[in-house]
Design a binder for this molecule. Structure first.
Ligand SMILES: [Zn+2]
Length: 346
């Protein structure tokens, strides 16, 4: 590809092939039952924030079809809903609000359901009083979510894998932001989660021996971008988050070298949010990589990966990295954050 304009034209076909892949997988029963809510988010956000009108229309109509099916399976919030199910409802309601579909009765049910859980239940730590936890394990293979601090599963005695504090923080940023947008308090307020930003610096300089730790730190920073720009809606001024901007820029080349399309997709859309244009060398490099590395079936990532959620998520982030956004100006989703950012930028 010779220039940025050719690259954008080439990307359009890649994006639609990618969305076709996700939709083909999304409508299978297995995938829909376990991952349908996130795929509704994928289509709704592409439909809400893309500059290409035909892409917007295609994605919105798919989001609506998937949402109708999800709504038939989940007509109301059950009184004994688990915290995970409440979060599923929140994600779907946020996604649909982005394409103009609101349901106040369901929001009220979610508000009631969320009150049954503490911040610890919903986020794994209490952001009001402590920084993101560094002793929280992933759910065990047997299905049990163990208490903080445990290194072996209480139920099956397997060794547990501990989540990095960046990952715990990233999930809490997304959950509290999205629920706040639906008027629901999900354990804690978004600002209580964001306020730990200074303690999460400095970000790791290079992958070294622990690539996953670096990836988690990058995902945490991309989720600062997504929550502060309302998931692809606004551009952010680099001077609001100078260290985060530099950190994202510093990791594009290595994501290409490590063949990591999922991370690269998130790096590219975040850097575009900071104002990097299609002709910027980092955007051109990343875009060229993604267009060249798309699989035959339209997906990105390892085609032999058995986890269908991973396959869909990698494809989703690559699409987001490639597409062009209809930015609605330069601003923060929560304007009151500006003075905090200014303090933290020093
Ligand atoms: Zn277990």
């Amino acid at each position: 590809m010779s220039n940025a304009r050719d690259q954008i034209a080439g990307s359009e076909t890649s994006i639609k092939r990618g969305l076709d892949f996700i939709y083909r997988v999304a409508i299978t029963t297995d995938c829909f039952d376990s991952y349908g809510n996130l795929l509704i988010c994928c289509f709704a956000l592409v439909g809400a924030t893309s500059r290409d009108p035909s892409l917007r229309q295609l994605a919105r109509s798919r989001a609506k079809k998937l949402a109708q099916r999800w709504g038939r399976a989940h007509p109301s919030v059950p009184p004994d809903a688990s915290s995970d199910l409440v979060l599923d409802f929140v994600l779907v309601r946020y996604a649909l609000s982005r394409i103009g579909l609101r349901d106040l009765a369901l929001n009220a049910q979610m508000r009631t359901a969320a009150k049954r859980f503490s911040a610890q239940d919903l986020l794994g730590f209490n952001p009001v009083s402590e920084p993101p936890a560094n002793d929280l394990s992933y759910a065990c293979d047997c299905g049990l979510k163990n208490q903080r601090g445990r290194t072996f599963c209480k139920q099956c005695r397997r060794r547990l894998e501990i989540q990095s504090r960046y990952r715990v923080w990233m999930r809490a940023l997304a959950s509290t932001y999205v629920s706040g947008r639906c008027g629901i308090l999900l354990g804690a307020r978004y600002l209580d989660v964001l306020k730990w930003l200074p303690t999460m610096r400095p970000f790791p300089v290079c992958a070294g021996e622990n690539v996953e730790f670096l990836r988690d730190a990058i995902y945490a920073v991309t989720h600062i971008v997504y929550t502060l720009n309302d998931y692809g809606t606004y551009r952010l001024r680099p001077s609001w988050l100078p260290r985060e901007f530099a950190f994202l820029k510093a990791n594009v080349a290595s994501a290409c070298e490590r063949k990591d399309p999922e991370l690269l997709g998130e790096l590219l859309d975040s850097l575009k949010a900071f104002g990097l244009r299609a002709s910027h060398p980092l955007i051109m490099r990343g875009t060229g990589y993604l267009v060249a590395e798309q699989n035959e079936d339209g997906s990105w990532g390892d085609p032999d990966e058995e986890n269908i959620r991973t396959r869909c998520h990698t494809t989703w982030t690559a699409i987001d990295g490639l597409r062009t956004y209809a930015w609605r100006g330069e601003r923060l989703s929560r304007p009151e954050v500006k003075s905090m950012l200014k303090r933290w930028a020093k």
